[in-house]
Design a protein around this ligand. Structure first.
Ligand SMILES: [Zn+2]
Length: 576
């Protein structure tokens, strides 16, 4: 009895000691070189190749945990041509659509010192069917879940996104949990940040449709189209990323109709011809608009259709997956603008790369429907980061400082920040410095040749073009996360000059910790007057405005500055 108890204790101890010693995020995958074979009839994927692991921890490491989707199985792991010991186990994690990964706990032949690397030859295979487990188990109805969790290999439609959706290549992460606040996004963002400098080389092929001339296999990344003999309808494709950056590697395969007219590659399903045509109709005006602001689009843009028209769109790099079932020319124009900005303006900085693309969408809305249409469009972005910013504003000072670094726009990999918040930041910059100065700064921006090394590079370009100090703005919005401003009218003083000119002195207060230049409109008997005023964080600013008549109301902020509280933006001026 005692022996049994002891042996159980011993087992427990060794298991927990083992678990404690295992640092799942010690190793970063610095390099992938994978050959992937797809067998859509069986929904199967088989992979082999090499990965290079780098020890990014401060300790020597002898054990590494490699994870792939739980519907895939490890077949072989070798170092220096010799098979190494590994234990394969399921590990619950929402980083994969199945809600779990197959983890190989590998004992390396020798300890790897900090900063040193080791190359592994690996082999794994299995199936990737549609799977909504990670969503349905937190209560999302299956019908809804399948529209966002659409990754699958199947005979009629194949599209599989990488880390954060399906671990179809090995990753090294701690367990991520959907139900625990933001844990899933924290783990995914951390993984992307660790992997931003990793390189990836893929070659994909399929056994399907040897005599089927419409089957098309594609992926994002550079040189993604294999144009052997000028023929893209091939069952073989190569993709490369010198540097993963923000990209989520994705591959897709279907019996697409090739509607491509380079530099726009467009692949749609039969029956969606009209929807595809809206993209071509939208191309010329979108390209004209983008080149005026961001320069000539250089890389090809690829748009691929969904089999299920309700699938949520997805983009990574210059590949967009979006349904062409409907004819929506507005949406087509905006989608094209976004992808063309990526094509014209590469940047290693997420808030520049994605932020400018979303900002361009808003400007395009303005061109088509006026400023209010653009602000309404931006308003949809506000909800995405508002809760997080409320937390920052409410947090005690110390936590706020820590968090403010983690979610600083300049370095964050949080999607809601580098997309939605960044779109606003670019919009505010444009309102502050004007179109000409901002265009000039963007035109002078060079991502290549290591020009963009200094985090202040973009600030300097805009300041040089605008001849204005913007250090305070970048400090509050880009280099730190200081929450959002909160404006209110502190006091007003209407008066008349000797010559009966109506004047009002207005003092605005910013209760938030981020400063901004905000527009305010004074409604009067004879019309309205709009002015802009810079109100720094936790400060007030006063200005005098000449009016056409007796003032009745002040409305602060037309929606162009994201504010924490929008209930105090209207101020009634009582009659004297
Ligand atoms: Zn984008």
């Amino acid at each position: 009895m005692i022996m049994r108890f002891l042996s159980v204790l011993c087992l427990l101890c060794s298991a927990s000691c083992f678990a404690a010693a295992l640092d799942r995020e010690a190793f970063t995958v610095a390099k992938y070189d994978l050959q992937i074979r797809l067998e859509p009839q069986q929904q199967r994927l088989g992979a082999r190749g090499k990965i290079t692991l780098r020890n990014d921890s401060g300790q020597p490491q002898k054990v590494v945990a490699l994870q792939i989707s739980s519907s895939l199985n490890w077949r072989a792991i070798r170092v220096d041509g010799k098979a190494v010991q590994f234990v394969s186990q399921p590990y619950t994690s929402d980083i994969d659509h199945t809600g779990a990964v197959s983890e190989a706990i590998v004992t390396l032949p020798v300890e790897i010192k900090p900063k040193d690397s080791v190359e592994l030859e690996i082999g794994y295979e299995g199936v990737i069917p549609l799977d909504t487990t990670r969503l349905t188990r937190v209560g999302v109805p299956q019908e809804i879940a399948k529209h966002s969790s659409w990754d699958q290999i199947s005979p009629s439609f194949t599209a599989v996104r990488g880390a954060g959706y399906v671990a179809w290549y090995p990753i090294t992460t701690e367990s991520a949990d959907f139900s625990e606040g933001n844990s899933l996004f924290e783990v995914t963002d951390r993984w992307k940040k660790r992997e931003q400098d990793a390189s990836m080389k893929l070659s994909l092929n399929t056994d399907a449709g040897a005599d089927d001339r419409t089957l098309l296999l594609l992926c994002n990344g550079n040189n993604s189209m294999d144009t052997r003999e000028g023929n893209m309808h091939d069952r073989y494709v190569r993709c490369g990323y010198e540097r993963l950056g923000l990209a989520t590697p994705i591959f897709a395969m279907a019996n697409y109709q090739d509607q491509s007219k380079p530099p726009l590659y467009l692949f749609s399903f039969p029956g969606h011809e009209a929807g595809a045509a809206t993209y071509f109709n939208a191309l010329e005006p979108a390209a004209k608009f983008v080149s005026e602001w961001f320069g000539q689009p250089s890389a090809p843009v690829t748009i691929a259709d969904f089999a299920d028209p309700n699938s949520a769109p997805f983009e990574s790099g210059t590949l967009l997956m979006a349904s062409m079932a409907a004819e929506d020319s507005k949406l087509a124009g905006i989608n094209l603008v976004h992808e063309l900005v990526h094509s014209a303006l590469p940047s290693p900085r997420p808030w520049v790369y994605e932020g400018l693309a979303h900002f361009a969408e808003a400007m395009y809305r303005q061109q088509q429907g006026g400023r209010q249409a653009a602000l309404d469009f931006l308003g949809l972005h506000r909800a995405a980061f508002l809760d997080s910013e409320k937390e920052v504003s409410a947090a005690p000072q110390k936590n706020a400082a820590e968090k403010s670094v983690g979610l600083a726009l300049a370095t964050t990999f949080d999607e809601t920040y580098y997309r939605s918040k960044a779109a606003y930041v670019w919009w505010m910059l444009r309102d502050m410095v004007g179109d000409d100065a901002l265009k000039q700064a963007i035109r002078n921006y060079r991502a290549a040749n290591d020009d963009d090394k200094d985090p202040k590079y973009m600030e300097q370009l805009i300041e040089a073009a605008a001849k204005r100090d913007l250090g305070w703005f970048f400090d509050d919005w880009v280099y730190h996360d200081r929450g959002l401003p909160d404006f209110r009218v502190q006091s007003v003083h209407p008066w008349q000059t000797d010559k009966d000119v109506q004047i009002i002195t207005v003092t605005l207060e910013n209760l938030g910790s981020a400063g901004a230049e905000v527009p305010f409109t004074i409604i009067c008997a004879g019309g309205e007057v709009t002015k802009r005023i810079e109100v720094r964080a936790k400060s007030t600013a006063t200005t005098r405005v000449e009016l056409p008549g007796t003032p009745s109301e002040i409305v602060i902020n037309d929606g162009s500055v994201p504010e924490i509280d929008l209930t105090n933006t209207v101020f009634k001026i009582s009659a004297p």
